[in-house]
Write a protein that binds this ligand. Structure first.
Ligand code: HEM
Length: 421
């Protein structure tokens, strides 16, 4: 409190904002229980920054503004999934005013891979620090050594495809899980590029339960994947509408691989202790991944949702995506049909694109089924934080066709098992 009062007594200089003591205050009780008097001071800080930089200011000012928006979401009464995950601080898509996608798709892919690796490496580093008693952060319901080892193994597995794409597969591959996780942490530190977002500012749990750290990082990691998949699907639509529709096959293939190879993230999340989840979720009411803009973009870029789905809570929770669909957002489904019926997509190219669509549909359906299984395990018959009836909603949407133009192969029971191992 003292550091913040001191900062407020001078000109509002974003570079000297006392982030560490403010984070400590949030971490001491969890965001839900931060003292109102402390939040009032942060609110004053926000006003001071806005007054001194009315146009948004430089990078340091924007970071502080974004951080204060995340810190003050409950105070403002606008706490939701995007503010819970601090998506804007991580530069992940979260609203209509998102920066446009990276001009260079290769640069965007690499930035997302780096972020994914850092997020998972960070959660494993937290597991190791907690096990070694070198951190007092989120002290309640610590997991035992076997669970920590399992998390390390699964986390390292979840990021090895991203590491391979970044050209750094080797350093973390071998060894006991904890050693591999420590190695991953070192590698992740070396991956940071100038301008990459700060991770520590994006961890504001609502309570003090250990497993909420894992929960937040896995959700953020999936947001990173969905953002990448949406990017690839947009490029797929552009390719299918253009002169070389066969190029769509590579983009679809990349999108499918992103989703498929991220499977161990769900296995990692499945190690969460259900009683821990049920403890901290009492304070996450109103924040649900049903508000994930990137996921709804993925779904609606594949195929235009049926009117009842578009009008339902599913799309009411992501109004900007709902508006895009109503404005006639082109989809993979319809551009594929046009490319085939116009005679632009034929022969071997058509076969390749069709196969990749089927494979992508399989990957997304698999994701939905695994999500459902994890949700059933953690939630049982409770309702969701996004105001649906919970798993019955997920069960109903898990079988929806991804594309209308091609069929979705049902995953085998064996694939289902492996996903949650
Ligand atoms: C403890 C684990 C999880 C549980 C219990 C859970 C539960 C739920 C529930 C009940 C819903 C329905 C909406 C609501 O009322 O909240 C939902 C929706 C959703 N969840 Fe999860 N979830 C979990 C993990 C995840 C993870 C790791 C992701 C990855 C980002 C995710 C992504 C989604 C998405 C995208 C939706 C919207 C689906 C749609 O509208 O079709 N969930 N989840």
């Amino acid at each position: 409190m003292r550091a913040l009062i001191h900062w407020l007594s001078g000109p509002p200089e974003p570079r000297s904002f006392p982030y560490s003591p403010v984070l400590d205050e949030f971490h001491r009780t969890g965001k839900h229980f931060v003292e109102k008097s402390f939040l009032a001071l942060l609110d004053s800080a926000r006003r001071a920054v806005a007054t001194s930089a009315p146009g948004g200011g430089d990078a340091a000012t924007r970071q502080l503004t974004d951080f204060l928006d995340v810190a003050l979401d409950k105070w403002d009464g606008r706490y939701d999934y995007r503010s819970y995950l601090a998506l804007r601080l991580l530069r992940l898509p979260c609203g209509p005013d998102d920066p446009s996608p990276a001009a260079q798709s290769a640069a965007g892919r690499r930035a997302r891979d780096r972020l994914l690796v850092r997020l998972v490496a960070d959660t494993l580093a937290f597991e190791l620090a907690a096990a070694a008693h070198t951190t007092g952060l989120l002290p309640q319901q610590r997991p035992g050594p076997a669970v920590v080892a399992k998390r390390c193994r699964l986390g390292v597995r979840a990021v090895s495809p991203a590491l391979a794409r970044l050209g750094v597969a080797e350093p973390v591959g071998a060894g006991v899980p904890a050693t591999a996780a420590a190695g991953l942490h070192t590698v992740a530190g070396e991956l940071v590029s100038p301008g990459d977002p700060s991770l520590r500012l994006s961890m504001l749990p609502v309570y003090v339960t250990h497993d909420e750290y894992l929960f937040i990082r896995v959700l953020q990691a999936y947001e990173c994947i969905f953002a990448g998949v949406a990017e690839e699907l947009r490029a797929t639509v552009t390719a299918l509408a253009g002169d070389t529709p066969g190029a769509a096959a590579d983009r679809l293939g990349y999108a499918g691989d992103l989703l498929r190879t991220a499977g161990p993230l769900f296995s990692l999340l499945a190690t969460m202790q259900p009683e821990s989840f049920r403890t901290f979720r009492q304070y996450t009411e109103g924040a649900s991944a049903i508000q994930s803009r990137s996921y709804k973009l993925v779904e609606s870029l594949c195929r235009t949702p049926a009117v009842d789905r578009l009008d339902s809570v599913a799309y009411q929770s992501t109004p900007e995506v709902q508006a895009r669909v109503r404005d006639g957002q082109p989809t993979v489904d319809e551009t594929y049909r046009s490319a085939v019926s116009d005679g632009r997509l034929t022969g071997a190219d058509a076969v390749r694109v069709t196969r990749r669509m089927v494979a992508f549909a399989g990957a997304l359906t698999q994701w939905r089924r695994t999500h459902l299984r994890v949700a059933v395990r953690m939630l049982g018959a409770r309702s969701g934080t996004g105001y649906t009836e919970g798993t019955p909603y997920l069960s109903a949407v898990s079988t929806a066709p991804v594309f209308a133009a091609v069929t979705t192969e049902a995953p085998t029971p064996d694939q289902d098992e492996r996903r949650c191992a």
